[in-house]
Design a protein around this ligand. Sequence first.
Ligand SMILES: [Zn+2]
Ligand SMILES: [Zn+2]
Length: 338
Amino acid sequence: MKAAVLEELKKPLQIRDMDVPEVSGSEVLIRQNVTGICFRDILTVEGFFPRVSLPMVLGHEISGTIEKVGPGVKGFKIGDRVASLIYTPCGKCEFCLRGDENLCPDKKTFGETINGGYAGYVAASASSLVRVPDNVSDADASISACVTGMVYNAIKRVGGIEEGQKILITGAGGGVGSHAVQIARALGAYVIAKTSSPWKAEKLYSLGADMVVSSDSFDREIKEKLGEGVHLVLESVGLPTFERAFRSLRPSGKLVVIGNVDPTPVNLPLGLLILKGNTVSGSISSTREDMKKALELTSQGKIRAIVHKTIHLEDVNSAHSEMKNRMSMGRIMIDVQK
Ligand SMILES: [Zn+2]
Ligand SMILES: [Zn+2]
């Protein structure tokens, strides 16, 4: 099989011919059609994650059809369509046992400590898998862990969004944001999309945004138009938008951080935090339960993958540059069989 391999940090990925992985114990072999490119992959190449072991097949947005099962696999069989968490949970710690496996301190992440998704085949533990409904496309399955399931975790499980509440989504035109707009809409929220690229506004309205804001002082713009702040912020950018996003909250509002494009610490106005009784939380990745919910919404036709384009493995390095320059709207997928 062909795979895109990170051999040296800060260097282009190498396209290699590799053996299809062997499976043992409770692992399955997944034959993939497509996999998603995530901004996290770019950060991995640039050396942001110290735990990455090299050489490593990059990528973590894994889905496909089971072709082999290890002798210890229960609940899955050859021919099942599945999608995988972006990691393998330990299955034993307090977080795994209570269904918060995304917080497992001993999880192993695809594309960082175990070979990942930029390949035709992936060996994955059955404990990472959920079944994919028949009417859900390969692209939708591939993004159900890192994009749609992750957003579900952030805005529903952590953010507690309720029908009719107002949500502000920063980075709304990006690969995560464009799906967050759809999910928030599917959950019945009033959706305010913040993008620094005004040309994306029309698309954001078509995805379900009720309001699109682009100005630097978007907190004022929101309060002027709505007469009050928002119940929930999904902060998918980090430093460049954090303070204004925080100032967009109404009393008792919550800001959930899922993205951080710049490692510099942010300004948090503590006086406002206290006076308005606001909350700032983090949310990481998704659980299998979040993936099931996201796949259910997809199966009902309420959300769909926004695919900017589908490329071949050879073109993965130029796709990374394109994403860094924010030239795309939605996900770039790789056809890993080509
Ligand atoms: Zn991802
Ligand atoms: Zn665990």
